[in-house]
Design a protein around this ligand. Structure first.
Ligand code: GLC
Length: 653
């Protein structure tokens, strides 16, 4: 359709659906009409030639209108407030925690009673791991959804979720939920109908009559869970067909070449927007488009789909930001923020998975050179978008940065990766780490790492060894890791239990629905009696809880730590120390992190070569004031220590 015809079509649609374009609904109508061209362009790019293009496009537009009509007055007001604030998620005053509702608090009702705990810690943003219906034992932690709109009975009811959201709102908290876009559970209604032979629903998935195409695809598609779910296809006896299952055999990949799938899933996205989600975590977006002869990851059309979703969200639920959970190579992650004409117009937020893994690399090696060598793609993040910055989440740690980054730092990539895996699995002699390898692929030699923050930092083994210096080191390492990720830029996302130094929980081995997946070792069941220990001086819980609380409060107090795309790495003067400057409004904050167990020395010149010559530096962490010395003298960072330094009086150079 040409632009005029499309605008006329859009205006008619608004009128037929009783949208008051002049007064009450003017802002929505304006958004709808101004985004219409782009929405159509993106839609046509994928579905232009599809026989159901017209009906599906109309349904998509109707879904936008309906979502707006159903949006509560509270959310409409919040939309306006967020728009006034600009990119609200760049703020230094948002700190998140990711948690399983049942393992953290029993139920949604239980969680609603725990809001004081978050307040005590300083957390004002919650990522609830998937709460919608998912079959017990085949749930992948909730990422195999059988009903996108019904809260799973193990967590409570839809009503409980609404009550929690209301209470969070009243406490000025933000909410993140997932949309599992790539697949459904094989128990989802669509999958059930497809299995029963319904052709319409078979087209919602990738069904094959024989192994011809699956065999071809298998040549190029990497396996995600090679141990527990090898291959990417599952035979379905009921209908004598093969279905694509990139993740577990019970997670069926949705077929986005069918526009009806996009429209139905977009409607779920918007439904979450109307629940009051502030940031929607789009699960596994890298996988949503498949093509023969490719890895079926990060394909251009996956980005087109995300851009289309972003446009629709901007029209119907503008207060909801989008997070793309793309845990892929550094050069690929950055593309989820959009490129070219769509720069900063795709996902608003992405996980800084590269930086997370690099911190683990530095911790295991005591050397920050690989971290530095990998910064280029990370720093390409456009202004207006931000990271989730984290040390641990519910998933494994993938050493996903590129080999050339390791080699540029002077190491052999294969040996370096082998060392890291052995170190974290605790196999390397003297390694204090108590993790485990996850998804070992004997064909490629790849493996990722499971384990809680505390266990990977050495606390579990140190306690076993009853070795006080090792315990002290482990505690320092936990704080160092959290500090670095919090001050590096982006929204800090803690993983529940880490704020209390929880070590691995091996109870999952007794549960047949979980024992095949060792990621459960770092998904603890909270013990609220034990959590009381945070109030007892000298316990690990108290040390780590208070340090985490202080880190959050320190970050909240320093606006310079908002994500103004203001990270500049300092020239490395010491390979053990990661150091960067956060700059804003004529101010500079020097952030230094020592990944070595003993003290590191940094020449004072390091501070002077960045255009100013501070005479005194105040450390926001220790409260100490340092007199800046001569170039041949040193600032000393204790083992596994860090500093946040601001100049409190400058002298001209
Ligand atoms: C995401 C989730 C992970 C899950 C996968 C499949 O990567 O974080 O836990 O297994 O998607 O849904």
């Amino acid at each position: 359709m040409n632009t005029n015809a499309l605008q006329e079509f859009g205006a008619n649609l608004l009128q037929t659906n009783k949208i008051d374009t002049k007064k009450k609904d003017a802002a929505f109508a304006q958004r709808f009409l101004s985004h219409l061209d782009t929405i159509e362009e993106l839609f046509n790019y994928i579905y232009g030639d599809h026989p159901n293009r017209n009906a599906c496009f109309d349904n998509l537009l109707l879904s936008l209108i309906k979502t707006y009509q159903d949006r509560s007055s509270t959310l409409l007001k919040k939309d306006v407030a967020k728009e006034k604030k600009g990119n609200w998620f760049l703020s230094n005053q948002i700190t998140g925690m990711s948690l399983y509702v049942d393992r953290f608090a029993g139920s949604l009702k239980g969680l609603a009673e725990k809001l004081n705990y978050f307040d005590e810690l300083g957390v004002n943003f919650l990522h609830l791991m998937p709460v919608f219906e998912s079959p017990e034992g085949e749930s992948d932690g909730g990422y195999a959804v059988s009903n996108f709109r019904k809260v799973d009975a193990r967590f409570g009811s839809n009503e409980d979720l609404n009550e929690l959201i209301k209470k969070m709102n009243a406490n000025n908290m933000y909410l993140m939920l997932d949309i599992v876009l790539n697949h459904t559970s094989h128990h989802h209604e669509w999958a059930q109908k497809a299995k029963a032979g319904d052709k319409y629903y078979q087209d919602f998935f990738y069904f094959y009559d024989n192994r011809d195409i699956p065999n071809q695809l298998d040549q190029t598609m990497p396996e995600i869970f090679p141990e527990s779910s090898p291959g990417s296809f599952t035979y379905i006896e009921a209908c004598n067909k093969w279905v694509m299952t990139v993740f577990h055999h019970y997670q069926w990949d949705l077929n986005y070449t069918n526009p009806a799938v996009l429209v139905a899933m977009l409607d779920n996205v918007l439904h979450y927007g109307n629940l009051g989600v502030d940031i929607l975590r789009i699960d596994a977006p890298a996988f949503i488009w498949k093509e023969l002869g490719t890895t079926c990851q990060n394909l251009p059309k996956a980005h087109t789909l995300l851009r289309l979703i972003k446009q629709c969200v901007m029209v119907a639920t503008p207060g909801m930001a989008l997070l793309g959970e793309a845990i892929v190579a550094p050069d690929e992650i950055i593309k989820y923020f959009g490129t070219d004409n769509y720069l900063a117009r795709e996902c608003d937020v992405a996980y800084n998975a590269t930086q997370m893994a690099l911190q683990w690399d530095a911790l295991a090696t005591g050397d920050t050179r690989v971290m530095l060598s990998a910064q280029h793609p990370i720093l390409q993040k456009p202004y207006g978008c931000t990271w989730i910055s984290y040390t641990r989440c519910h998933d494994d740690i993938g050493l996903g940065y590129d080999d050339y980054m390791i080699e540029r730092a002077g190491f052999n990539a294969y040996q370096h990766r082998t060392y890291l895996k052995n170190y974290f699995a605790g196999w390397h002699e003297g390694s204090p780490s108590a993790g485990a390898l996850f998804s070992v692929n004997p064909k490629t030699g790849d493996a990722r790492i499971s384990g809680s923050l505390a266990s990977l930092c050495g606390l579990e083994k140190a306690v076993e060894w009853n070795h006080t210096p090792a315990i002290e080191d482990a505690l320092k390492k936990i704080i160092l890791m959290q500090a670095h990720s919090m001050f590096m830029g982006g929204i800090p996302m803690l993983f529940y239990g880490d704020e209390l130094a929880y070590t691995n929980d091996y109870s999952y081995l007794q549960d047949p629905g979980k024992s095949y997946d060792n990621r459960w070792m770092h998904r603890p069941i909270m013990n609220w009696d034990r959590n009381e220990k945070r109030k007892t001086s000298g316990t690990f819980e108290e040390t780590i809880f208070n340090a985490t609380k202080k880190l959050i409060a320190t970050r909240n107090a320093l606006e310079i730590l908002s994500d103004f795309k203001n990270v500049t790495w300092m020239t490395p003067h010491n390979i053990h120390v990661a150091s960067f400057i956060r700059a804003y409004d004529n101010k500079k904050l020097y952030c230094l992190f020592n990944y070595k167990s003993t003290a590191s020395f940094i020449t004072w010149y390091a501070f002077k070569e960045h255009g100013e010559r501070p005479a005194q530096l105040k450390d926001y962490w220790t409260g100490l004031v340092h007199q800046v010395g001569n170039d041949n003298e040193y600032f000393v960072l204790p083992g596994y220590g860090f500093a946040l330094l601001e100049s409190i009086s400058d002298t001209n150079i």
